[in-house]
Design a protein around this ligand. Structure first.
Ligand code: SF4
Ligand code: SF4
Length: 256
């Protein structure tokens, strides 16, 4: 990444990362969005998006999920009702219910699709959150979670049409063998989700999932930059998004 492509965006408040937070009603007294300072190492972008090239994605591979969950201290809870997911696999008919039909290519029927928070242009999760624990960054469109402010009401989970949010029914720290000291662990009673690796963008790094994909199936970039790799792919290839008819404006694009 050229230095001219970087701009300053360092997270100034630890509350954005939710360090050691417990969900308390005191969260409600905080007003306004968390504040940011800038950092010259940060990646420059005003509308982050991701392209997932399903022709490159390997059915048996979980490299992106492993890297994301390790890096973000996502607990491994083997119970579908209680699991915490930042990235996970979904079959075509559940990921793209409005585009499924009986003559779908066998490859698509069989292939697991990696899914995550879509960092929607018009996110219903943000609209319903009573504490602004969920907010959309004006500067780059990332939909963030402030764990300190989350009171666990789960309105956002009901509002998200993609199942992109998980609730910590138990203390997630009891389900972590290895902890990444550079990212906070969460507490029982808060919601969490993918943050587009905001903590890495702030120091000039691409998201962990993108870095971990050996097949180069994941491409991250700025939709506002006509010369970005994501724009180039979207110009040249056919792509679909999850439940586009809902008007949420997902920023994850799948090339099939
Ligand atoms: S995918 Fe769900 S959690 Fe993510 S921004 Fe959209 S509505 Fe919110
Ligand atoms: S559970 Fe969701 S809607 Fe409720 S405070 Fe936490 S982030 Fe906001």
């Amino acid at each position: 990444m050229e230095s001219s492509r970087r701009k300053f965006l360092k997270i100034a408040g630890l509350s954005v990362l939710g360090v050691g937070a417990k969900p308390v009603l005191d969260s409600l007294v905080q007003a306004g969005e968390p504040t940011y300072a800038t950092d010259q190492e940060a990646l420059e972008g005003t509308h982050w998006a991701m392209v997932v090239d399903m022709k490159k994605c390997r059915d048996d591979c979980r490299d992106c999920i492993t890297a994301c969950h390790r890096g973000h201290n996502v607990p491994e809870i083997n119970n579908a009702k209680h699991e915490i997911k930042w990235i996970w696999n979904e079959d075509f008919k559940h990921a793209f219910p409005t585009q499924e039909h009986e003559h779908l290519a066998e490859r698509l029927e069989r292939q697991p699709f990696m899914v995550l928070c879509n960092h929607c242009d018009n996110p219903p999760c943000v609209r319903v959150c009573p504490t602004q624990a969920t907010f959309k960054r004006k500067e780059d469109g990332v939909v963030m979670m402030d764990f300190h402010r989350c009171i666990g009401c789960r309105f956002c989970m009901a509002a998200c049409p993609y199942g992109s949010r998980s609730f910590n029914w138990f203390n997630p720290r009891n389900y972590l063998d290895d902890t990444n000291p550079d990212f906070p662990t969460r507490a029982k009673g808060v919601v969490e989700k993918c943050n587009f690796c905001a903590e890495r963008l702030a120091i000039g790094k691409i998201p962990l999932c993108v870095e971990a994909c050996k097949e180069k199936a994941l491409v991250f970039g700025d939709l506002d930059d006509p010369n970005s790799e994501v724009r180039k792919i979207l110009r040249e290839r056919f792509s679909i998004r999850r439940k586009p008819g809902l008007g949420t404006g997902p920023n994850i694009f799948y090339v099939i």
